[in-house]
Write a protein that binds this ligand. Structure first.
Ligand SMILES: NC(=O)c1ccc[n+]([C@@H]2O[C@H](COP(=O)([O-])OP(=O)(O)OC[C@H]3O[C@@H](n4cnc5c(N)ncnc54)[C@H](OP(=O)(O)O)[C@@H]3O)[C@@H](O)[C@H]2O)c1
Length: 247
C-alpha cells in the first residue's frame, strides 16, 4: 500500500487525456509534486506540477527524465498511441513503431526509474493497459497491450524485493483525444484515474475500471471465441455470450 498524500508522482503523457486526469487526481489526493511529461511540454500554472520533456522511444530522453526525477515514488506509465488496423494487413514496420511507444517505451521508463523507486522506499508503478489487452481483433494495439500486461506482471515479480507495488489498469473507451473521432459510449478519464490511484492506496495490483474490462477478464477462463469484441449501441462488449453478461 502506497499513500498518494505527500508523494512525488511522475505521469508520462501527463499534459493531455488520461495522463492529465492522473495528474489532477494525484493532486486531489494530496500529492506534493507531480512531474507531467509531454514531448513538447507547456508550463504549468500550478507550482506543484513540474512539466518535463519525454519521448518514450528515445533512450536519451528517458535517461534525462530519470536524472531529473530522482525524488519520485510513484511512476505512472500512461503515454500511449492507438493503431486501428487489422493485424493481418498492417506493415511490420508500422507494428514495430507502434511497439516502440506502447511496449518498449514503457519498458524503457520502468527500467530507468526502478532504481529511483528503490532508493525512495519502493513506491508504486502503475501501467496503463486496456480492455483490448484481452480482446481479439484489436490489431497491433491489442497485441502491444497484451505484451504490456505480461510485462507488468513480470515487473511485479522483479520489483517485489525492492518493495515496489506494481499495478495494471484496464479500461474500455474513455473520453480523450485518442477516442475523439469515435461515436461510442466513453468513461470519464477523471474517474478512471482516481479509481486507479485509490487502488494503489489499498494495495490492489489490478484495476478493472469498467464493466467491459470486468467482462473480458472473466472471459479469459472461457473459450477463446469469447474474447472477440463488438460494438453494440455504442457499447464495447464481448461478441459471444460465452463471455458473460454484456455491459
Ligand atoms: N482513451 C481510451 O479510450 C483508452 C482506452 C484504453 C487504454 N487507453 C490508454 O490510456 C493511455 C492514455 O491514452 P489517452 O486516451 O489519454 O490518449 P491521448 O489523449 O491521445 O494522449 C496520449 C498521451 O500519450 C503521450 N504520448 C504519445 N506518444 C508518446 C511518445 N512517443 N513519447 C511520449 N509520450 C507520448 C502524449 O503526449 P504528448 O502530449 O507529447 O502528445 C499524450 O499525453 C494510453 O496508454 C492508451 O493506450 C486509452
Amino acid at each position: 500500500m502506497v499513500s498518494i498524500n505527500g508523494s512525488t508522482v511522475l505521469v508520462t503523457g501527463g499534459q493531455r487525456g488520461l495522463g492529465k486526469a492522473f495528474v489532477e487526481a494525484a493532486l486531489d489526493l494530496g500529492a506534493a509534486k507531480v512531474y507531467a511529461t509531454a514531448r513538447s511540454p507547456r508550463p504549468s500554472a500550478d507550482p506543484r506540477v513540474v512539466p518535463l520533456p519525454l519521448e518514450v522511444t528515445d533512450p536519451r530522453s528517458v535517461a534525462a527524465l530519470a536524472d531529473q526525477a530522482r525524488d519520485v515514488s510513484i511512476v505512472i506509465n500512461n503515454a500511449g498511441v492507438t493503431l486501428r488496423r487489422p493485424l493481418i494487413s498492417t506493415p511490420i514496420d508500422e507494428i514495430k513503431n507502434h511497439f516502440e511507444t506502447n511496449f518498449f517505451g514503457v519498458l524503457r521508463v520502468t527500467q530507468a526509474l526502478a532504481p529511483t523507486l528503490a532508493a525512495n522506499g519502493g513506491g508504486a508503478l502503475i501501467n496503463v493497459h486496456s480492455v483490448l489487452s484481452w480482446a481479439a481483433g484489436a490489431g497491433a494495439y491489442g497485441a502491444g497491450k497484451a505484451a504490456l500486461w505480461s510485462a507488468t506482471n513480470s515487473f511485479r515479480v522483479d520489483l517485489a524485493a525492492q518493495g515496489t507495488q506494481v499495478v495494471g489498469v484496464h479500461l474500455g473507451y474513455t473520453a480523450t483525444d485518442l477516442t475523439a473521432d469515435l461515436d461510442v459510449v466513453k468513461s470519464d478519464p477523471h474517474e478512471v484515474a482516481r479509481e486507479a490511484l485509490l487502488a494503489v492506496e489499498i494495495g490492489q495490483t489490478e484495476v478493472l475500471s469498467d464493466d467491459v474490462s470486468r467482462q473480458f477478464k472473466a472471459a479469459l477462463s472461457g473459450p477463446v471465441e469469447g474474447l472477440e469484441f463488438a460494438l453494440v449501441d455504442g457499447h464495447l462488449m464481448a461478441r459471444h455470450p460465452t463471455a458473460g453478461t454484456a455491459v
